[in-house]
Each structure stands twice: as C-alpha cells, then as structure tokens.
Design a protein around this ligand. Structure first.
Ligand code: GLA
Length: 304
C-alpha cells in the first residue's frame, strides 16, 4: 500500500506491507522513516531542509558518484573531467548540491514509489544528460531499492542509498552487532581515498563473524557475495543484500547535532570509491544508451 502525505511542505510517500513501513520524501528521494513492527529504525530530523543542510546525507539518494573521487577529476575516452571539490581536494557524494538536495519526480505504484531525476550534461562536472531513477518497494518485511539510469554520452555513475540505522533506538551503534561478508577492505589515505585492497584476516576489519562494532569505522569493504552484511541490535536484525560490489561502513563519530556521535551506523552499498581513477577496480563507466541497473534489499526480522 502506498499513501501520499507531506512533511514540512514536501511530498512524502509511505510504502507499507507486513510489519514494515517506509516513508520517502521527494527532496533527495530521502528515506525519512523506516518503522519495523512500529519501531523507528532511522535517526530523523524534524524538517525536510535539515536533511541536505545537515551534511550527514541522512537517508539520501547519492549521485552521481557515491563516495569519493580523488583530486576531483577523472579521465574518460582520453578527456579529463574536472569536478567541483567539496571535501578538501576531493569530491564526495557527487559534489555540492548533488542528488541528495534535488527535488525528484515521484510516481506511486501498487507496492512501491519510483523517483526520477534529470541531471543535465556537465552537472557537477559529469558528462552526459543522465536520467536517474530509484524505486523503493516493500514486500513482506523487505525493503528493495532498484537503481536505474541512462545517459546520452559515456559517463560514470555510482549511486548509493545513505541510510543510517539505529535498530534499538539506544543511539550508540558501537553496541550493535555486525557481520560483514568481506574478506578484503580498502586501505585509505588521509583524505579517505583508497590506496590498496587488503585482507581483513588478523585486523580490526574482520567482521566475518558477528560481533560488536565497538569503535570508529569509515571504510569500504569488498563484498564476497550478494549478502553484504547483517546488523543486529535491540532484538531486531537487518540483512542487507545487493549486487553492488562494496559496502561503506560509517559509524558517524562526528554525527552533526542533534544526533549523538556514534548515534547510528551508515551502511552504504556502493561501487569502490575513486573507481574512475583506478583501472584495477570494477568499472563505473556507463556507456551512452546503456541501461544502468543495480539493487539492494534490506530484510527485517526479530532476533533473539
Ligand atoms: C560517507 C563517507 C563519510 C561521511 C559520510 C557523510 O559515509 O565515507 O566520510 O562523509 O558519508 O557524512
């Protein structure tokens, strides 16, 4: 079932089925509420404008490039593209005023809502007129996201959903338990640009067995398969599966007010950061006329 309402003057769509209700606003195609068995699982602001203004990308659709592009530049087909930098010399999450701060078109379907956005050639430095879409569908206790796009010129595209989770409502993600299906992660430099792919064995990045998060992370894990991770806290378990190759885990140590540091953990299914400058990483090139399709599913259940 889909119902339309508003949140501070912005259109809000609630998709509900079984014990799961997900509310998404047109501003940033941002998830502003996810209730499982009546319990709110996401940190929330009380006005729509606070979301893009807050700098935490809470619940937002990220584009055109989730995570960082080093030096805010890349080359494609022998041409260099310079992008506006918005984190030191790098570009983060598509640059300033990116997809998270745009108003998307919404279309309610039977059990889903589909958001679309037109991003013109040269938008934040990226080539190609791009039509992006994200569909939020709820079936049983699963929220499914389908990311789609098409461009009229060769470009790069790497969307993600930037939801932070606090399954227990205790506002301390260090106490939550996490399993990540990754035997490798990306080591990064001071600007959080990947340097090398490293094994997790014997490091603090080994989450192959469920354990307390415990400390600060802002790292990208290379997924071993479609099950990305399992998060468990306060008797709720969420399993994230995706066909994207990597997962950024961000413990929000510097969560902006009104949130507490470590108040929630962001789990971002994504491409490897800085792929446009790394021929050794899976390609994020989207060729003209090609259809981009990736998905992510978030399954909720009660846990002992
Ligand atoms: C991602 C980044 C973090 C931070 C958040 C948004 O998770 O990796 O460094 O920028 O987005 O606050």
């Amino acid at each position: 079932m889909v119902t339309k309402s508003e949140f501070g003057g912005v259109a809000l769509y609630t998709v509900e089925a079984g014990e799961l209700a997900v509310s998404v606003m047109t501003l940033g195609a941002t998830v502003v509420s996810l209730r499982y068995r009546g319990r709110e699982c996401l940190p929330r602001y009380d006005s729509p404008e606070a979301y893009p203004a807050g700098g935490a990308y809470l619940g937002a659709m990220i584009g055109r490039y989730g995570n960082r592009i080093g030096g805010a530049r890349f080359s494609l087909n022998g041409k260099e593209y310079r992008l506006p930098a918005n984190e030191g010399e790098n570009q983060l999450h598509g640059g300033p005023d990116a997809f998270n701060s745009r108003v998307w078109e919404a279309e309610a379907l039977d059990d889903a809502v589909r958001f679309t956005l037109f991003s013109p050639d040269g938008d934040n430095g990226f080539p190609g007129n791009l039509r992006a879409a994200v569909t939020y569908r709820v079936a049983g206790n699963v929220l499914r996201l389908d990311f789609e796009a098409e461009s009229d010129a060769d470009t790069v595209y790497a969307p993600t959903s930037h939801m932070y989770f606090d399954l227990s409502g205790r506002e301390d993600c260090r106490e939550a338990e996490l399993r990540i299906n990754a035997s490798r992660y990306l080591e990064v430099d001071g600007g959080l640009i990947p340097t090398e792919v490293t094994g997790v064995e014997g490091t603090r990045f080994d989450f192959r067995t469920m354990r307390r998060i415990g400390e600060s992370y802002d790292h990208c894990f290379v997924l071993d398969g479609e099950t990305a991770c399992v998060l468990r806290d306060g008797g709720v378990q969420m399993t994230l599966t995706t066909d994207l190759p990597a997962l950024q885990v961000y413990t929000a140590a510097f969560f902006p007010k009104p949130f507490k540091p470590f108040g929630a953990v962001a789990l971002e299914p994504e491409a490897y950061p800085d792929s446009p400058n790394r021929p050794d990483f899976p390609s994020t090139v989207l060729r003209a006329g090609e259809r981009f399709r990736r998905w992510a599913e978030y399954r909720f259940e009660t846990a002992e």
